[in-house]
Design a protein around this ligand. Structure first.
Ligand code: AMP
Length: 472
């Protein structure tokens, strides 16, 4: 199917052509017609499959078809993190670049003055995190009386217990007569049960399984004693194919510590977690995207939505506490048909969570063993001392521009079944995720998206040179 068959506005088709998209993705094919027809919708599709455009393109078409003439804010998009908000905004600007609408973003961690002005001037599109928006709404800076369209991106996160009260409060002050769209890569039955509060007879559009990690990601598990995790990571990072590596840890202080430890092995890292200022977070992402550093160590605030082109590997240095987080974390690679590897370190303490995860995703992770690595458990060594016994003193350098060789396409086998002990340690406050150990409301990220940057078949510096087709 071509985009022109979808009844989108001609100016949007021009922008899509500029972005280099040749055909709509499956979620776009299925979601755009009902959204144009005015239906409420729940869209479930794997990460990186074009969900943002799936709601943006039809909404912009609708705005263009009936100009607002000062009717105030007509579209409100809510997303869990400021980075995601920025990314959605960039997408909307790119797809709507030939249209005259005005838009603003509202999120915490930055000054509120410009956001207050934007809210008061009744811009047509607001993209916001719930915490800051609620704060400003509470002080009567917003007027959503003319709101027509509400989008909840990362809906499963937006409707979980941490966010739900804020979302309920925001939605209570929106007009009842509106179109509401929910998009997510995962959506549990419990959360789906809540959607009736916000939507009317929504159409469910689901591409693939609900809990599918991206098909383009090859998943591996390394069983390793806790004391040897840093050394194993340093060992794996010797591989020049690991040219753009996003490493997940559970706690923000672990992110800083791991970054320091890797630096003693000659690996320069950026870090991303909620204790860092907005500027530091933006700089970390910029350095990672541009290849100044090849390794970004992050907490789960980076797990959702970050669309960085060409991430070759996601490493779960700390096994994710929640299976949904695993799906989101590894979705940072393998985006838009590029392929990627997801590596999970599994300590003896993580086995229960591993079994739960395998049950959740409906397959087993292939166990891998690092060649030439000494797995012998030993007392943990402090960060100032190199732990990587094999090549002490050897400098590892970014290999950003290197083309990745073709990778084995091994697929995991069926899993064992077990109970799923999901227990969230994080809760949500002020629209952001405080992480374990947080003093204040934390912040979850995503980064700048570049429509066209992930075009099928397009060359990507340091990224993978080949793609698979959009999965169904
Ligand atoms: P998303 O799932 O919205 O984060 O999008 C993932 C990536 O796919 C983004 O980099 C988009 O720019 C890109 N993308 C979205 N729609 C298309 C399309 N129809 N063809 C090619 N790339 C696309």
């Amino acid at each position: 199917m071509s985009f022109s068959a979808l009844n989108l506005d001609a100016n949007i088709l021009r922008a899509i052509a500029d972005a280099g998209y040749t055909e709509p993705t499956p979620i776009q094919v299925q979601a755009i017609p009902p959204i144009l027809a005015g239906q409420d919708l729940i869209g479930i599709a794997q990460t990186g499959t074009g969900k943002t455009a799936a709601f943006t393109l039809p909404l912009l078409t609708k705005l263009a078809a009936s100009p607002g003439h000062g009717r105030g804010t007509r579209v409100l998009v809510l997303a869990p993190t400021r980075e995601l908000v920025v990314q959605i905004e960039e997408n909307i600007r790119a797809y709507g670049k030939y249209l005259p609408f005005k838009m603003a973003t509202v999120f915490g961690g930055v000054g509120e003055h410009a956001q207050i002005k934007a809210l008061q001037s009744g811009l047509e599109i607001i993209v916001a995190t719930p915490g800051r928006l609620l704060d400003l709404m509470g002080r009567r800076y917003s007027d959503f009386s003319g709101l027509q369209y509400l989008v909840l991106d990362e809906a499963d996160r937006m409707l979980d217990m941490g966010f739900l009260p804020s979302i309920r409060q925001i939605v209570r002050s929106l007009p009842k007569q509106r179109q509401t769209l929910l998009f997510s890569a995962t959506l549990s039955r419990e959360i789906e049960g809540l959607t009736h509060e916000f939507q009317r007879s929504p159409k469910l559009v689901q591409i693939g399984r609900r809990s599918n990690p991206a098909e383009t990601v090859t998943q591996w598990a390394y069983e390793v004693p806790r004391s040897r995790k840093v050394a194993l990571l340093a060992h794996l990072l010797d591989d020049p194919n690991m040219n753009m590596v996003l490493i997940f840890v559970r706690m923000k202080h672990s992110a800083d510590r791991l970054a320091r430890q890797l630096e003693t092995h000659g690996v320069t890292c950026a870090t991303l977690h909620s204790n860092r200022s907005q500027n530091q977070r933006l700089r970390a992402l910029r350095d990672f995207k541009s290849g100044v550093v090849r390794v970004l160590v992050a907490t789960d605030i980076a797990a959702r939505g970050i669309d960085v082109d060409g991430i070759s590997h996601v490493v779960n240095f700390d096994f994710p506490m929640h299976s949904e987080d695993y799906v989101h974390r590894i979705g940072r690679t393998g985006r838009a048909q590029a392929i990627g590897d997801a590596i999970s370190f599994v300590t003896p303490e993580d086995h229960g969570e591993l079994r739960s995860l395998e049950r959740f995703i409906g397959r087993g992770l292939v166990r891998k063993h690092a060649e030439g690595f000494d797995y012998t458990d030993r007392p943990e060594v402090r960060s100032s001392q190199p732990q990587h016994g094999h090549r002490q003193g050897q400098q590892r350098r970014p290999q950003q521009q290197q083309q990745r060789p073709q990778r084995p396409q091994q697929r995991p086998q069926q899993p064992q079944r077990s109970q799923h002990p999901l227990q969230r340690e994080d809760s949500w406050h002020s629209g952001f995720a405080p992480e374990p150990g947080s003093q204040s409301g934390g912040h979850r990220p995503r980064s700048g998206n570049r429509p066209g940057g992930n075009m099928p078949g397009g060359p990507r510096p340091g990224g993978r040179p080949f793609r698979r087709s959009w999965g169904r």
